[in-house]
Design a protein around this ligand. Structure first.
Ligand SMILES: Nc1nc2c(c(=O)[nH]1)N[C@H]1C(S)=C(S)[C@@H](COP(=O)(O)OP(=O)(O)OC[C@H]3O[C@@H](n4cnc5c(N)ncnc54)[C@H](O)[C@@H]3O)O[C@H]1N2
Ligand code: MOO
Length: 402
């Protein structure tokens, strides 16, 4: 038997970090930058208007009021995208649109709301100081500034930043491609008829979605029956498209626990009992250099094992810190019983009220009770030495992705 921390440490010491790839921007989404990105130009690249209005010399409107508006001839329009060669002299104005380059000579923008909106001449009823509603070149980013550092995950805002500094591609550690395979002769595809003794395969859907939630690319492989040759062949076939493999089922003590049977001695794969509930039987190792996680078949066990072991490993493969799920301290709403000597992950509902978190364990804590898991939003993580805890105790709670 090993502890949760020992099993996780073994996994993290052995998963490879994915090599960087040079990808087109949208393909790089979700990847982790393997190089810093710097701005070749300042942002904004030129001084431009923050408002639709009129570009003026501020001194020309210094005394403007409702009673005595400044009246200026309008020499033309400057739209966003214009080349910015326009200039104005004192006593003149140009109509200007948001994002359009400031004309030389102008030092302020009067929003159209402060005017009569005139096209040939305009009446301006309020003054504005120099710099008014001008967005200065370099105010956002300076030329040469690092806008995204090595090791950050490219989410929506970071991709926007790269595009804004003109990058069409990025060198990233890509999202890990994870093949998910359920094993079990009793399993059928959802949507098909069940014969006695059969059940619909839920684990492969749940785990593939969990891979995606964890930032990977999930490939669901059709389940295979408990036939040693078929299980091994399927896994070997998948190696070409996988950065990691995740299986469920067939790892405990049964006469037909084929995953354990066929993978024992393959690559570096080893099977262990981990001091946790649910999720006691675990297997991990490298098959031809590709990590394989063999999770137990009970649906709740498979899911908890994924969050505790696979999710941090997928992060490590992208060069990210292998953080656990976001964790908060919460007050137990009810007494809980926990077996000594096993880390315990209880399905629970976490709620926030009056500046603190309260957590209520779910009714069904069996490792087959998927309904309790699917209506939970958290796992109470009790350490090995925790035994019975009364309501009101403080506990660590892992928030499930939502
Ligand atoms: N004698 C012992 N029996 C068991 C032990 C043990 O230590 N000694 N450990 C128990 C624990 S704990 C777990 S967890 C399970 C793990 O079993 P396996 O990984 O071998 O999984 P299976 O036997 O294949 O299935 C277990 C259970 O889960 C259902 N299942 C499997 N795959 C799916 C799927 N894709 N979708 C939905 N449900 C699935 C399966 O039908 C079984 O009911 O072993 C205990 N036994
Ligand atoms: O350890 Mo098993 O995963 O409880 O059900």
């Amino acid at each position: 038997m090993r502890t949760v921390d020992e099993h996780l440490a073994d996994i993290l010491a052995n998963v490879p970090v994915l090599p960087p790839l040079d990808l087109a921007l949208l393909e790089a989404a979700g990847g982790v930058l393997a190089e810093p990105v710097t701005a070749p130009v300042p942002l904004p690249p030129f001084d431009n208007s923050a408002m639709d209005g009129y570009a003026v010399v501020s001194a020309d409107v210094a005394g403007a009021s409702e009673a005595e508006p400044a009246v200026l001839p309008v020499i033309g329009d400057i739209a966003a995208g214009d080349s910015g060669v326009t200039a104005i002299r004192p006593g003149l104005t140009a109509r200007i649109m948001t994002g359009a380059p400031m004309p030389a000579g102008a030092d302020a923008v009067i929003p159209v709301e402060w005017t009569d909106g005139g096209a040939a001449t305009v009446r301006i009823t309020r003054p504005a100081p120099p710099g008014h509603y001008i967005r200065r070149s370099g105010e956002d980013v300076l030329a040469g500034q690092v806008v995204a550092s090595t090791g950050i995950r490219l989410g929506a805002t970071q991709l926007g930043m790269l595009a804004a500094v003109g990058r069409a591609r990025a060198v990233v550690r890509p999202k890990p491609r994870v093949v998910v395979l359920s094993t079990g002769t009793e399993l059928r595809e959802p949507g098909s008829e069940l014969a006695p003794g059969q059940i619909w395969d839920s684990n492969s859907f749940m785990l593939t979605a969990a891979v995606i939630e964890a930032g990977g690319v999930g490939y669901r492989q059709t389940m295979v029956e408990d036939d040693p040759r078929k299980v091994l062949e399927t896994l070997e076939d998948q190696l070409v498209r996988a950065d990691a493999l995740v299986t469920s089922g067939g790892v405990s003590m049964g006469a037909r626990d084929v995953v354990k049977e066929v993978l024992t001695g393959v690559g570096t794969v080893q099977f262990h009992k981990v001091r946790m509930r649910p999720g006691k039987p675990q297997g991990f190792g490298l098959m031809e250099g590709t990590p394989i996680f063999t999770l137990p078949g009970n649906p709740v066990s498979a899911y908890v094992s994924f969050q505790v072991f696979v999710r941090p490993a997928l992060r490590a493969m992208q060069g990210l810190p292998p953080e656990p799920l976001p964790t908060v301290t919460a007050v137990l709403a009810e007494d809980v019983k926990s077996p000594a000597g096993l880390a315990h992950f209880l399905r629970a509902t976490l709620s926030y009220n009056q500046h603190s978190y309260t957590v209520t364990p779910a009714e069904g804590q069996g490792s087959h009770q998927l309904a309790a898991l699917s209506s939970a939003n958290a796992l109470i993580a009790l350490p090995e030495d925790a035994e019975d805890l009364p309501a009101g105790s403080y506990v660590e709670v892992l928030r499930l992705p939502s």
